[in-house]
Design a protein around this ligand. Structure first.
Ligand code: SF4
Ligand code: SF4
Ligand code: FES
Length: 499
């Protein structure tokens, strides 16, 4: 027997209530079948939508334990909580799709030629390769799971959301159409997306919405002078003029940034096999994180090279559609790092870019996040006790872009004396990415405030993370909210254990 919990809504009484049912679970029973069984056995009359029962129509999407899923594809488990997809509930698990359908109509989400051109223009010959490029975007089944889970949509009405961005991008790049929707996408909040990847994670058709729809329409917006935002242009100028997205913070004591200073004091008889890609933020703003990383590696017996020719990975430019100098950055970094066996990163954004975007520009490097590298090399017996209570924030570009979630936790669990507790939604976006912190700071702040609420419930000393952008954004919000907790980078915490 398993228990299934259903959040129900009675529109006649305008009453929401939770009901639990016990059913005999057959092997690999789908949620949709469980609902049907409940209705048959309990005469429960739970209202829910479905049609194809095969993941094709998108009508059966609901939330299962807080995550949007297709009820016809997801398997039921003991104590699952089934909820409607959003707050516009008509009855039980059925939500009102009219508002979303209206928005689809308002945005003219269909391919079109100018009327007068139909007669004049011969049909284009569509090459299969061109068609394939947008094929994934067209595979959307309109389940609206992405809209239900996008964290930004909960904070602003300025953003139409991933489903609509996918649609506008699909139309823009469809070889059968002849109109760009980049301006319309900007007007519909194109720059509100934090590139957190949650929409892609829940999409039953596995559409890479931010990578293959939002980023490419941002690039088109730049070409068509509809974007980017002013703050993004400054970052582009920094990278173009200095090779780094941010300037050196000289108060840190590293006048020329970490890599240059490191090379003044480190010469190797034999070139190390491991190199460290510092990233702009660590190199120029947070060099002590790099110091700790080097110290920990040395303690474990590893030498590390930090080539000073390295430039910005390009992440802030790729995320904001400013792609004109990306190939130059890729080429420079590839030439700099191609001889090393392993390239370490301590920034989620850099790691994700080097791993996921560089191959598209012809550069394949063996990149590892520091937590991946260290996870199986740390011995608690060599550590000092660290008597602190911490929680962990999953950077989006680590958890979803690199699939790294258990490695940092395994490291935390190895640190002697440390108490590690999970927050409510550790992998919920903090709002820092995608150019949102610089371009739409109110959204970044609202999302970070929600993170701070989760952190403050735990009475912890620190929230640990491995991303300088998350670090800054969450710390800003912790300070603003007079929180007792503060952010600590994983390297800083490990340094306490190895001090
Ligand atoms: S990447 Fe994140 S913020 Fe952007 S549309 Fe998807 S869920 Fe929303
Ligand atoms: S993009 Fe994916 S998650 Fe969003 S509506 Fe389409 S199929 Fe559903
Ligand atoms: S019933 Fe059609 S997708 Fe689930």
């Amino acid at each position: 027997m398993i228990t299934v919990n259903v959040k129900r809504y009675d529109p006649v009484k305008d009453e929401k209530y939770l009901e639990s049912y016990e059913i005999n679970e057959s092997d690999k029973m789908k949620v949709l079948d469980a609902l049907q069984t409940i209705n048959e056995e309990y005469d429960a009359n739970i209202a829910y939508r479905y049609s194809c029962r095969a993941g094709q129509c998108g009508s059966c999407a609901i939330k299962i334990n807080g995550e949007a899923k297709l009820a016809c594809k997801a398997e039921i488990n003991d104590n699952d909580l089934l909820e409607p997809l959003n707050d516009d509930v008509i009855k039980d698990l059925i939500v009102d799709r009219n508002k979303l359908n209206d928005k689809t109509r308002d945005l003219n989400m269909y391919l079109s030629y100018e009327d007068e051109r139909i007669g004049k223009r011969k049909p284009d010959i569509i090459l299969p390769t061109l068609y394939e490029e947008t094929d994934a975007l067209r595979s959307c089944i309109g389940c609206y799971s992405c809209l239900a889970m996008c964290p930004v949509l909960k904070k602003t009405s300025e953003f139409a959301g991933p489903y609509f961005m996918r649609g506008l991008s699909s139309i823009t790049f469809d070889p059968r159409g002849d109109e760009s929707r980049s301006g319309q996408a900007v007007d519909s909040g194109l720059y509100c997306c934090t590139s957190c990847g949650k929409c892609s994670e829940v999409c039953p058709k596995e559409i890479n919405i931010y990578g293959k729809a939002i980023e490419i329409i941002r690039a088109r917006a730049v070409q068509e002078k509809e974007g980017p935002l002013e703050a993004h242009k400054k970052i582009h100028d920094n990278v173009k003029n200095t090779g780094k997205s941010v300037g050196v913070d000289k108060d840190t004591g590293y006048e020329e940034g970490f890599a240059v200073e490191y090379n003044k004091t480190h010469q190797f008889n034999e070139k190390p096999k491991i190199a460290f890609f510092t990233g702009c933020m660590i190199n120029n703003k947070l060099p002590w994180i790099a110091e700790y990383l080097v110290k920990i590696l040395n303690k474990l017996g590893y030498e590390v090279d930090i080539p000073q020719q390295q430039v910005c990975c390009g992440s802030p430019l790729l995320r904001t559609g400013q792609t004109d100098i990306i190939q130059d950055l890729v080429d420079c970094n590839y030439e700099t790092f191609k001889e090393y066996d392993i390239i370490l990163t301590v920034c989620a954004g850099c790691g994700a870019t080097l791993k996921n975007n560089y191959p598209e520009y012809g550069a394949k490097l063996n990149v590892m996040d520091i937590s991946e590298f260290l996870e199986d090399k740390l011995n608690p017996d060599d550590m000092k006790e660290v008597n602190l209570k911490v929680t962990y924030h999953d950077p989006c570009h680590l958890a979803r872009s690199q699939n790294i979630t258990f490695q940092p936790r395994n490291i935390l669990n190895k640190i002697k004396g440390l108490t590690f507790v999970e927050m409510d939604k550790p992998a919920q976006c903090c709002g820092a990415g995608g150019g949102v912190k610089s371009g739409k700071s109110e959204i970044a702040e609202a999302l970070a405030d929600e993170k701070v609420e989760m952190i403050d419930k735990l009475d912890v000393d620190h929230v640990v993370t491995i991303c300088p952008f998350c670090e800054y954004n969450i710390q800003d919000s912790l300070t603003k909210n007079n929180s007792e907790a503060s952010v600590i980078n994983l390297m800083e915490l490990l340094n306490k254990a190895y001090d």
